[in-house]
Design a protein around this ligand. Sequence first.
Ligand SMILES: Nc1nc2c(ncn2[C@@H]2O[C@H](COP(=O)(O)OP(=O)(O)OP(=O)(O)O)[C@@H](O)[C@H]2O)c(=O)[nH]1
Ligand SMILES: [K+]
Ligand SMILES: [Mg+2]
Length: 363
Amino acid sequence: MGILDKISEIEKEITRTQKNKATEYHLGVLKAKLAKYRAQLIEPSGKKEKGEGFDVMKSGDARVALIGFPSVGKSTLLNTLTDTHSESASYEFTTLTCIPGVIQYEGANIQLLDLPGIIEGASQGKGRGRQVIAVARTADLVLMMLDATKGEIQRKLLEKELETVGIRLNKCKPNIYFKEKKAGGIAFNSTCLLTKCDEKLVQMILHEYKIFNAEVLFREDCSPDEFIDVIARNRVYLPCLYAFNKIDQVSIEEVDRLARQPFTVVVSCNMKLNLDCLLEYLWEYLALIRIYTKKRGQSPDFEDGIILRRGSTIEHVCHSIHRSIVSVFKYALVWGTSTKYSPQRVGLQHVVNHEDVIQIVKK
Ligand SMILES: Nc1nc2c(ncn2[C@@H]2O[C@H](COP(=O)(O)OP(=O)(O)OP(=O)(O)O)[C@@H](O)[C@H]2O)c(=O)[nH]1
Ligand SMILES: [K+]
Ligand SMILES: [Mg+2]
């Protein structure tokens, strides 16, 4: 039996099995098995698959992958937001490779990757699904483009495809400490009440993975699926923005309904409607900030900021100026919203805010 057959057997058994207290353990083990086989499916086979242009160099401050069914308007968006041209047409599978463009926004260079359309079964290799998904894993954000005239179906189908290959959208990593050990059996602990998972189930799942010695600490009330995500290791957690395109084709009531969904923006690429809003969301979801540096006695150059991630520290600022700066760093002066007063003297661990002005004082 091939892996695909094994996977579909297990999937069938999971749907057949009624969910209740008595089947909980059985289901947990089935899910662990499923996760194992799926991981084998996406492991690189060694030989390079066809599809040139898929190894695109990462560049700029962040990378966004355009994922969607054929002909939803992905290439039209790339053509509208960047200087790059990607063929767009009314027939499906117009785009056959990965085409990178650059969005310039708020002083940041955001790499936007136009990709071939994907369809149901993409995760199992239909069309160029596997290559497209491999690119999505390298992105900082998935921009899922959907056809507003088709309601929510496309979204559900694509979410399932990405879910299957271990891509988690708009989800946090489960707060579970997990460490494999050489000996000592399985040490299980939790810091909160667990309602979805227990020690026995954790052990059974670990045995499925042939893990017999490990330390496990649940710091939140996680499900068996979330625990499997932690031990499976190949999971990626990405923010996702859903963009419903072609709103020029649906009623105002439908536009309003779609726009109210979480993590969603409604646009028309052809008619250039609401694209400024899409860009604002991208900036927000990528968690980008821009700071300025200045030299002593001079005013900052507001034309030339440094783009960082939210949560970055003075140490990150130093590194993005030059590798050697940290070794001669004495303190920094900060003007902006991250300090109580301006300027304020801070150390390397100080977290900076959007639009802060920073002066590095050397030893
Ligand atoms: N009505 C309408 N049509 C649009 C809009 N945006 C794109 N289209 C049309 O949709 C068709 C497909 O556009 P593409 O940009 O080629 O779509 P794609 O997602 O790149 O398609 P593939 O590369 O084949 O996956 C073209 O005929 C576009 O003109 C829009 O906002 N409204
Ligand atoms: K097309
Ligand atoms: Mg295209």
